[in-house]
Design a binder for this molecule. Structure first.
Ligand code: UDP
Length: 483
């Protein structure tokens, strides 16, 4: 069915580059391919330098309007100990108290709203009866687990991490308890309660958008569409529309230098190392990584941050800050590796680097966007999960998709991966036969990703179908009850 006119869609991501990026990419595509007009509501309070660059880029298409929502004072509600989901949820709840006024003051009324998985308060507050889609910005496997979580919560008495066996998510590969996401590892704390709150409400959505595609997660997507459990909880229609990754990278001041350096390296010879928007290593771990890179002898671009011994996501709410961490590296490291390595402060243009012909592999924390960006560019992954659901993603990359290997600390190393192990894994992926096979598989997936996104491909068609629902949804279609 052809869209007869422009529909106006409001898009509301939670703060954080990992949420803003895919929702912004979707918005751009809705504007350029599906005749939509998008108002992108930006929750500014926790914003970062990188998020601001992205949202205020001069290259955004006309018909995509970014509206910065007034910041709210959260000082009495969160503190330094408040963890990621709790902090995002409180921020969104407070910022969106005037949501109906915000929407009514837009030049024209939105016909649909797209939120992400931490914006589910809006199901209670919104007065307009319009379709509300949830964009689940993580893997389909995590969605399946999350839809199952309310039942698990009712059935299991103690902590999930103490279960004797892996968690059997209906129709999906079981999840080892050591891979369970941080948010469900302690059921007594707010982080768990907030996560459960949001995922229990996702079935109220008109539809759930997924940043994945058939060839990346075939088993899980089949389970979600066919297994009776998901029907029994009234799972709304699912729209796999991925991989939606940053199409262009608007470079900040020093970033062209990094790409110019890559231009001078042989094809496939450079290892790119960065740990997402928030990831930081302990000082001991950062030291071992430096030695591992040096011993391996490979070329590298390494995004270095000030180490933190207490939190693996210490940079999460300050992505793209300008800290200088070089003084935390082993003495003489920068000068000894100058000929073959580039140390970058805090943030690098990841997608441009992964797309560059000189890049041969990626040491990644395996946030879902980073995983997609690597695979969609045919780059194998050395998976180094740090927080949230990244252990699950690291296992997927290694065991199910075959595009990477996961680094693991030896039991004697107290959670710190030693330099010899890092050297071994880096050589294996950059120089070994295993690495060649991972690269072959990554290239194969790169092709299927491009096909899925091209006009007429499954991800394209799913997006078009979703855009149609925005325009033609009836009142009845928009009203869903929670599980
Ligand atoms: N990113 C970047 N440069 C960096 C680190 C991260 O551009 O040095 C971007 C990366 O391309 C990705 C996002 O930040 O789009 C991180 O999202 P992801 O889901 O991988 O992890 P999160 O930061 O949410 O843990």
């Amino acid at each position: 069915q052809q869209l007869p006119m422009k529909s106006h869609i409001a898009v509301l991501p939670s703060p954080g580059i990992g949420h803003v990026t895919p929702l912004l990419e979707l918005s751009k595509l809705l504007v350029t391919h599906h005749q939509c007009h998008v108002t992108f509501l930006n929750v500014t309070t926790e914003s970062s330098a990188a998020q601001n660059n992205l949202l205020h880029s001069p290259t955004l298409p006309p018909n995509l309007h970014v509206v910065d929502l007034p910041p709210v004072d959260l000082s009495t509600m969160v503190n330094d100990q408040t963890t990621i989901v709790a902090r995002l949820s409180v921020n969104l709840r407070e910022t969106l108290r005037p949501l109906n006024t915000i929407l009514s003051q837009l030049p024209d009324k939105p016909q649909a709203l797209i939120i992400d998985m931490f914006g589910t308060h809006v199901f209670d507050t919104i007065l307009e009866n319009i379709p509300i889609f949830t964009f689940f910005t993580a893997s389909a496997h995590l969605l399946a687990f999350s839809l199952f979580l309310p039942q698990l919560d009712r059935d299991v008495a103690g902590e999930f991490v103490d279960l004797p066996n892996p968690v059997q998510v209906p129709g999906c590969k079981p999840i080892r308890t050591e891979d369970l996401m941080d948010q469900v590892r302690n059921r007594k704390i707010d982080e768990y309660k907030w996560y459960l709150y949001h995922v229990s409400r996702m079935t109220m959505s008109t539809g759930i958008l997924l940043n994945t595609w058939q060839d990346l997660e075939p088993v899980t997507l089949k389970a979600l569409s066919e297994h009776s459990f998901y029907r029994s909880i009234n799972t709304p229609p699912l729209y796999p529309i991925g991989p939606l990754i940053k199409e262009t990278e608007s470079l900040t001041e020093n970033e062209p230098e990094c790409l110019a350096w890559l231009d001078n390296q042989p094809a496939g010879s450079v290892l790119f190392v960065t740990f997402g928007s928030g990831g930081v290593l302990s000082s001991e771990q950062q030291n071992e990584l430096a030695w591992g890179l040096e011993l391996s002898g490979v070329r590298f671009v390494w995004v270095v941050r000030v180490p933190n011994d207490a939190s693996a996501f210490a940079a999460f709410f300050n992505a793209g800050g300008d800290d200088d961490a070089t003084s935390y590296l082993p003495e003489g490291f920068v000068s000894r590796t100058r000929e073959r390595g580039l140390v970058v402060r805090s943030w690098a243009p990841q997608v441009a680097i992964l797309r560059h012909a000189s890049t041969g592999a990626f040491v990644s924390h395996c946030g879902w966007n980073s995983t997609l960006e690597s695979v969609a560019n045919g780059v194998p992954v050395i998976a180094w999960p740090l927080y949230a659901e990244q252990r699950m993603n690291g296992t997927t990359v290694e065991e199910d998709v075959g595009v990477g290997v996961r680094v693991r600390a030896k039991s004697t190393e107290k959670g710190v991966v030693g330099r010899e192990e890092i050297e071994r894994v880096v050589r294996m992926v950059m120089e070994g036969e295993e690495g060649k096979e991972m690269k072959r598989r990554a290239r194969e997936l790169k092709e299927t990703a491009a096909k899925s996104l091209s006009v007429g491909g499954p991800s394209y068609e799913m997006r078009a179908a979703m855009a149609n629902v925005c325009l033609f949804a009836t009142k009845k279609q928009c009203t869903k009850k929670p599980v």
